[in-house]
Design a protein around this ligand. Structure first.
Ligand SMILES: *Cc1c(COP(=O)(O)O)cnc(C)c1O
Length: 397
């Protein structure tokens, strides 16, 4: 994802502001900071873009996931339904919270489906940690219905979905809270960073306190104020926030360019038969960061990647082991290998992760071709890429 593509003078200016004052810490130190509060400004920018009532910057997308879980009160022994296709961070977050991941089935939306969630529900299920994969919202209405029916907390991992909307509203605002990543590979990056959003004031305060040792941030006596909850240090530094702020302002421009390039590719690829596209719950809400389509069979998918290498086409083969985002490659989880004892070792795994069969997800993933879009491609470059993709597909089907 392309935040790194557009890094430039704006980011440097914001960072220099911080370096000139030396106020590297996000709280206090008013005598140094010449009125500059980069983390707070970053959060304002996130609120403005997403429409959230509350936003809080943290140190990573992973700590953002831990913060939303803590904010929603999900912890020891709770079963949390998770997808088998995701960057592995949310699964780790569930384990670290002392909760137990239960893998549900995804569908052609590349996200957990309402049906997949419903089939994974047990009497111990407390929450669904939905991941909006590859820049697009899952089937939120269907999923909300299942959550309501079974009284489950919906949490949203929007690690790859800044700029993704559903029915005019940003992802991250449909569940109790949403977690976003600003790591180096995301549409907006500050090297390492994250943000949580919510419309719920109580959860917001729990999250901002949890991510800073339980400090309440009320008054001017840091460290001596009352602590209502325990927490940890997941703070965002002013330097990261400064870069994140400049990057946030570039999201609308990037989104437009990405969607334009993706539309050209989609139109060109639609002209050839045989392939099908990812299912969109709201096509207009797509962030444009990825193009995803399916080959008819797994064998043809494997072959098309061979053709891609001959024809200079990139692309992620999540099933065929060049990307680490599907459960078939998570041996450390299948074997439950951790450096220390976790709740799951005591309570037992709710599923046999090692021998788990998810036929629908396996079928979808084995036929998936996924490509990251770029902001700075020219129209000629996009058309050349389309030619090469089409040539590769035609050699196979
Ligand atoms: C990147 C990502 C994360 C983790 O973010 P970090 O900032 O790298 O910790 C979490 N979830 C998803 C879906 C991601 O893609």
């Amino acid at each position: 994802m392309p935040g790194m593509e557009v890094y430039g003078d704006e980011e440097r200016k914001e960072v220099m502001d911080v370096l000139e004052t030396g106020a590297l810490f996000r709280y206090g130190h008013e005598h140094l900071r010449k009125g500059m509060w980069k983390a707070a400004e970053f959060e304002e920018e996130v609120k403005k873009y997403t429409g959230a009532k509350f936003a809080h910057g943290v140190s990573s997308g992973s700590t953002a996931v831990s913060s939303i879980m803590a904010g929603a009160g999900i912890g020891y022994g709770d079963e949390v339904i998770v997808p088998p296709f995701t960057f592995v961070a949310p699964i780790e977050g569930v384990f670290l919270a002392g909760a137990l991941p239960v893998f549900g089935e995804l569908d052609e939306s590349l996200c957990l489906s309402a049906e997949g969630i419903e089939k994974a529900v047990t009497p111990n299920t407390k929450a669904v940690l939905l991941v909006h994969m590859c820049g697009t919202a899952a089937d939120i209405d269907g999923i909300l219905e299942v959550c309501k029916k079974h009284n489950l907390v919906l949490l949203e991992d929007c690690g790859q979905a800044m700029g993704a909307f559903y029915k005019g509203r940003s992802v991250g605002l449909y569940g109790r809270a949403g977690a976003f990543s600003f790591d180096y590979f995301k549409i907006a990056t500050c090297g390492e960073g994250g943000v949580v959003i919510t419309d719920d004031e109580k959860i917001y305060h729990d999250m901002e306190q949890f991510s800073d040792h339980g400090h309440t941030h009320i008054g001017d006596n840091r460290g001596m104020e009352e602590h209502h909850i325990m927490g940890f240090n997941f703070r965002m530094s002013e330097l990261s926030a400064a870069i994140g702020l400049a990057q946030m302002r570039k999201v609308p421009m990037q989104r437009e360019a990405l969607k334009k390039n993706k539309a050209i590719l989609t139109e060109r690829l639609s002209e050839i038969g045989g392939i099908t596209f990812r299912k969109y719950s709201d096509p207009d809400g797509d962030s444009g960061t990825f193009l995803n389509f399916f080959m008819p069979t797994a064998k043809q998918t494997e072959k098309v990647f061979e053709e891609f290498s001959k024809n200079g086409v990139g692309g992620a083969a999540y099933w065929f082991k060049n990307m680490y985002h599907f459960i078939n490659q998570w041996n450390q989880i299948k074997e439950m290998k951790f450096p220390a004892k976790l709740a799951i070792h005591e309570l037992g795994a709710p599923q046999d992760y090692k021998n788990l069969e998810l036929p629908k997800s396996q079928d979808v993933m084995s036929r998936l071709v996924s490509m990251g879009m770029q902001v700075k491609w020219t129209e000629d470059e996009v058309n050349k890429l389309a030619d090469n993709i089409i040539k590769s597909i035609k050699a196979v089907i």
